[in-house]
Structures are given as C-alpha cells and as structure tokens.
Design a protein around this ligand. Structure first.
Ligand SMILES: O=C(O)CCC(=O)C(=O)O
Ligand SMILES: [Fe+2]
Length: 233
C-alpha cells in the first residue's frame, strides 16, 4: 500500500481559536440523508460545512496546504501490491495519508467513526475501518475515470471526498464527474470542489473522474473498508 507517515506540523500551524463548541455535529438526520442517497442512487453530494464547522475545515485545509508547500506529498499510484504503478497518464495528484495524529485529524476521524457506525446501522455494510489521504491536484492535474474498488474484493466499500477550496470558480476546472452506475458513459453529476462540499459513493459501483484543475485543488479522500487488515489485491 502507498503509505506515508504524516508528521504533525504543530509548530508550523498558527494559533487558532479552536474548534467551535457544538461542532462537529454528526446528527441522526444527516446520517439518514446519506444512507438514503447511497441506498437509492449509490451516491450523493452535500454541503458539510454545518456538520464539520468552519474552524475544523479551515484547520484541515491548512494542514494540506502546509504539506504541499513543504513538499511532503508524493505522487499517487494506481492499484495495490505488485500491480501498484505510478501511471501519470491515469492520475497526477499528490497524496499524504492521514494518521489521525493532529487535533484536527482526531476530530475528523471521530466524525468518520460516527459515519461508519451510522452507515452500518442503516445499511448493514459491515464497515470495519477507514483510511484517508490528503490530495493535491496542481494546475493541469487530473484523475481519469475509474472505480475505487473492484467487485467482490470486499475492500473499499464506501468512498468519501471532502473538498477544501475557498472561492472555487467554474473556470477553475477540477470538477468531479460522476457517471451513472448502470451506464459508465452517462454523466449523472458534476461536483465543484468548493470548501466543505462532500461527495459520498459506493466504491465498487460508481465510476468517477477528476477533470483537469486550473488552480491548486485540495481535498481529503476517505474509504470505508470491510476488511480488518489490507488484503493485497
Ligand atoms: O478528488 C476527487 O474528487 C476524487 C478523487 C478520487 O477519485 C480518488 O482519489 O480515488
Ligand atoms: Fe476515486
């Protein structure tokens, strides 16, 4: 597996007022909405600002920006185990895996935990753990159409991407195109990577593609998995 230890960059982070009390707030109705969208369409997008709170989103965005500026992200690969390659014709983003070590990452991971439990209770997915990485797409970077998991491998089951870019304009490119799970040539959604926007989809079912970005694009991508430990694919 592509992995990289992310050292907490506490010293580099400016003083923050902290995370606002009452946030994050993973409420039952929010979990219902996500479970309904996944169950009915296999994917959904929503604005998660009110759930995470601006304070946490800003801290997460600063972490990835610092990792980017200090050259602590590395070229992402395609496939796992022996099939793992860094094919730049398929994807050009740079990534760093989260270890849940900084206060912001701990808060974020506790939300992912609640989401995992909420989805298991509603959809009986048997999700056991999750993994998450920061991703940076610089100008011209893209990720061609793909699925995040292959059928029957019982690995990645649900994908989640949270975008971290203030003031994203349509001319900035970098949209996520979501394809129909029954017809991979039909676009059924276009998601703009604006701060706090989130997309969630079934990893084995929904083809998707990141269009070339015209400015730096930050995100955190997470996968909820059914396996206890990574199964080499
Ligand atoms: O950043 C996105 O919009 C999607 C990224 C993606 O598809 C992936 O990392 O597998
Ligand atoms: Fe993907």
């Amino acid at each position: 597996m592509d992995s990289q230890v992310v050292t907490p960059l506490q010293d580099a982070l400016p003083e923050k007022p902290g995370i606002v009390p009452g946030f994050p707030n993973v409420a039952d109705d929010w979990l219902d909405l996500i479970a309904d969208g996944l169950g009915e369409y296999g994917w959904l997008t929503l604005d998660a600002c009110a759930v995470f709170g601006r304070g946490l989103l800003t801290q997460i965005a600063e972490e990835v920006a610092i990792l980017d500026r200090t050259d602590n992200l590395r070229n992402a690969g395609v496939g796992r185990g022996l099939d793992h390659t860094r094919d730049r014709s398929v994807r050009r983003d740079k990534i760093a895996w989260l270890q849940g070590v900084t206060p912001a990452q701990q808060q974020f991971f506790s939300c992912l935990d609640e989401l995992q439990n909420g989805l298991n209770r509603r959809l009986f997915l048997g999700l056991k753990r999750f993994e998450a990485h920061y991703a940076t797409y610089h100008e011209g970077d893209f990720y061609r159409r793909h699925l995040d998991s292959f059928r029957g491998r019982a690995s990645r089951v649900v994908s989640l991407v949270l975008y971290l870019n203030e003031g994203w304009q349509s001319g900035d490119g970098g949209a996520l195109q979501v394809f129909n799970r029954d017809n991979e040539n039909e676009v059924c959604g276009v998601v703009t990577p604006e701060m706090g926007r989130m997309v969630i989809f079934m990893s084995e079912e929904v083809p998707h593609e990141v269009l070339p970005a015209n400015r730096t694009r930050y995100s955190v991508a997470c996968w909820f998995r059914q396996d206890e430990v990574p199964i080499p694919l």
